[in-house]
Design a protein around this ligand. Structure first.
Ligand SMILES: [Zn+2]
Length: 316
């Protein structure tokens, strides 16, 4: 049994008493504390470290099931997934659906989509195995960009500068030692989307988890909804903030349409209504196309599978 003792820098637990609970909660050696809390002094470092502890605590139920035997957490950071099309369409509001806890283990990067408080949302989980990682570079606006050997890069903004620097040097360290990096590039799958219930990878373009039977929302279904009513597709993809904003915007447009129908003389009203209807069709069409791309961000469950239980990784 874990006694709640913390191995690693001796004074960590006196500085961060909440760490004792966290370590005990994992029920075994899961945290490389010396690496995770590499930064100990400096402006706002204590607040940042406390946030890491909180985010790890909130992700603990997921991580306990997800981590493989012998897998150790080496670093934790927080960022906002950059998904260009979505940011173009929804601007600042796009970030509300893209907050991510970034976890580096001795085997992979784990990305957990979280709410504004840091709680995993049960959707949009993914991984990038270290054997599939080419390098890590600086992203847009001071974030980080994880470049796989093959496939699309994953980019995050709003990552703390020190975290970005530490993650880079950790990856360089691993590359130099080649421990765990078996970068043949041949069977490297790149970024893999994970079933949020059994955590097994689900191949791209498939919307059924072969292990547990969970089904996922498809880009096509999301796009059709967006075409009918802008915002509906976002709701379908569980992005309620953006969906609400779009529906509010459309409501305003409909009000203007109705208002002009009643306010103007019948002949004149059409001069306002016809262009507005054209704009509506155009907006809906573009929005549907955007939704098609946005939905490819990851897996959002539709119906939880019944084949759960035998699939989760037992913790020693
Ligand atoms: Zn599954």
């Amino acid at each position: 049994m874990n006694t709640g003792m913390i191995s690693g820098p001796a004074d960590l637990s006196s500085e961060y008493p909440e760490l004792i609970d966290l370590v005990a909660g994992f029920g075994g050696e899961r945290l490389e504390l010396g690496t995770i809390f590499k930064e100990r002094t400096g402006f706002r470092i204590k607040a940042l470290n406390k946030k890491k502890i909180l985010y790890l605590k909130l992700s603990q139920p997921v991580l306990k099931t997800m981590l493989l035997p012998g897998e150790l957490i080496r670093y934790v950071s927080m960022g906002t997934l950059v998904w260009s099309v979505e940011m173009l369409v929804s601007g600042h509001w796009a970030s509300y659906g893209n907050f991510t806890t970034i976890i580096l283990t001795n085997q992979r990067f784990i990305f957990l989509n979280v709410d504004t408080k840091g709680k995993p949302r049960g959707m949009l989980y993914s991984q990038l195995k270290l054997s599939a990682l080419k390098n890590i570079s600086s992203g847009l606006l001071g974030g980080i960009k994880l470049n796989p050997v093959s496939g699309k890069a994953r980019q995050f903004q709003g990552v703390n500068k020190r975290d970005a620097k530490n993650l880079k040097s950790l990856i360089e360290e691993i590359s130099a030692g080649a421990a765990g990096m078996v970068s043949t590039g041949l069977e490297s799958p790149g970024l893999e989307h994970l079933c949020p219930y059994c955590f097994s990878p689900v191949p791209d373009q498939t919307f059924l988890c072969q292990k547990c039977g969970t089904t996922f929302r498809t880009p096509k279904q999301a796009a059709i909804r967006s075409l009918i009513l802008p915002g509906w597709g976002d709701f379908y993809l569980q992005n309620k903030v953006v969906g609400g904003m779009k529906m509010f915007g459309m409501g305003m447009v409909y009000l203007i349409l109705l208002g002009s129908l009643f306010a103007e003389a019948p002949g004149k009203a059409m001069e306002v209504v016809i262009p507005l209807v054209f704009i509506l069709i155009l907006v809906s069409g573009l929005n549907a196309l955007a939704t098609l791309v946005i939905a490819k961000k990851g897996l959002v469950p539709l119906q939880k599978g019944t084949g759960l239980g035998a699939t989760s990784h037992p913790i020693n």
